[in-house]
Design a protein around this ligand. Structure first.
Ligand code: SF4
Length: 340
């Protein structure tokens, strides 16, 4: 998606800081344009799932809480936190954002058959006249994915496999008016045939409706066909947001993508993965968290946290980067170093 074609920013998440035993998401920011699929990638334990939950203002782990930040969808405030005090707009949250947890059963009501959940949801958002057509649209999604709708709707969530629970939740979420769907590892239980059908359906859906998806995944195959952008999480922060056709500039992003490079032989990819930097590095509040592994490090990296700044791009794509000395900073001029 080119910059000039980005009609508007749908989701803005600024400076999200989540506190538990330690700060586990710290000052993480992201923007999501309309009509966009953005993947949220990074090593396990870097904070991706908590960031998704943080966007909604609610956590599965009740010991976690928001310390600071602000989330808006289409300009409407969802929540704002300052000095540990949180102002939450519950009505807007339910209407604007839908989140599918990694364990899909946690997104569904265990006491109600899926059909009942669909009816309740439709009654909330649609008039009586519209409900039959909306139910048929939910069925259509399942049929396109090769699933007989009755197999899902006639059961309680606990009677469904993990994959079918994901499909049930997706079928529900797609019938809400939510402008942003947050999907946490929802494709991990799908075989390649189902994955192809579901991602193709979702790509058309995003194109047709202007909705946007933010998808936590470890599957690099989703970058080429499905996604527009990739946001990279490292040690509690977003360090780069880059279009899939653009060159990443952050040293960790380069390293991370190298693990997926198909031109490398499998043994070399395994070697890179096996020597990946620590995923649970202590979040640093007085320097770059990646500085102990980084070959690009300069003095400033030891003392100052690199802020996430927008880079200049020739092609109009958005590109955000948190690094004081990125790759190709001087060679190709793509990065406006004065902002760093
Ligand atoms: S800010 Fe410094 S240490 Fe961190 S990734 Fe960039 S160059 Fe490396």
């Amino acid at each position: 998606m080119k910059r000039e074609n980005i009609s508007r920013i749908v989701l803005s998440a600024k400076h999200i800081t989540v506190s538990g035993e330690n700060h586990i998401v710290y000052d993480a920011s992201l923007i999501l344009p309309s009509h966009t699929v953005m993947l949220l990638m990074g090593m396990s334990g870097s904070g991706k799932s908590l960031f998704l939950q943080g966007i909604t203002g609610f956590f599965l782990d009740e010991t976690l809480r928001l310390c600071q930040g602000k989330v808006t969808v289409e300009g409407e405030e969802i929540w704002q936190a300052k000095d540990g005090s949180v102002r939450l707009n519950r009505e807007a949250l339910g209407d604007k954002i839908a989140l599918s947890y990694q364990e899909a059963g946690q997104s569904l009501n265990p006491r109600l058959k899926c059909r009942h959940q669909l009816r309740l949801l439709l009654r909330r958002f649609y008039s009586t006249n519209e409900i039959p057509a909306e139910m048929e649209r939910a069925n259509e999604f399942l049929r396109v994915s090769g699933i007989e709708p009755e197999r899902v709707w006639s059961n309680y969530p606990c009677q469904l496999s993990g994959g079918l629970q994901q499909m049930a939740y997706l079928a529900l979420a797609l019938r809400t008016p939510a402008r942003v769907l947050l999907l946490d590892e929802i494709f991990s239980n799908m075989d390649s045939a189902l994955l192809e059908k579901v991602t193709t359906f979702l790509a058309h859906h995003v194109h047709d409706t202007g909705r946007s998806l933010l998808v936590v995944t470890h599957d690099p195959s989703l970058i080429s066909g499905f996604a527009h952008y990739v946001a990279i999480f490292y040690s509690g922060r977003i360090i780069e947001i880059v279009h899939k056709k653009d060159k990443p500039l952050h040293p960790f992003t380069r390293y991370f993508f190298a693990c997926f490079d198909e031109n490398l032989t499998a043994p070399i990819r395994q070697l890179i993965s096996a020597n990946a930097p620590g995923t649970r590095d202590k979040i640093s509040s007085n320097g770059c968290s990646y500085r102990h592994q980084c070959k690009q490090k300069i003095n400033k990296c030891d003392t100052t946290v690199p802020p996430l700044r927008e880079c200049k791009t020739e092609n109009g794509h958005i590109h955000f980067l948190a690094c004081f000395n990125p790759f190709d900073n001087h060679e190709d001029g793509e990065y406006d170093g004065s902002k760093g």
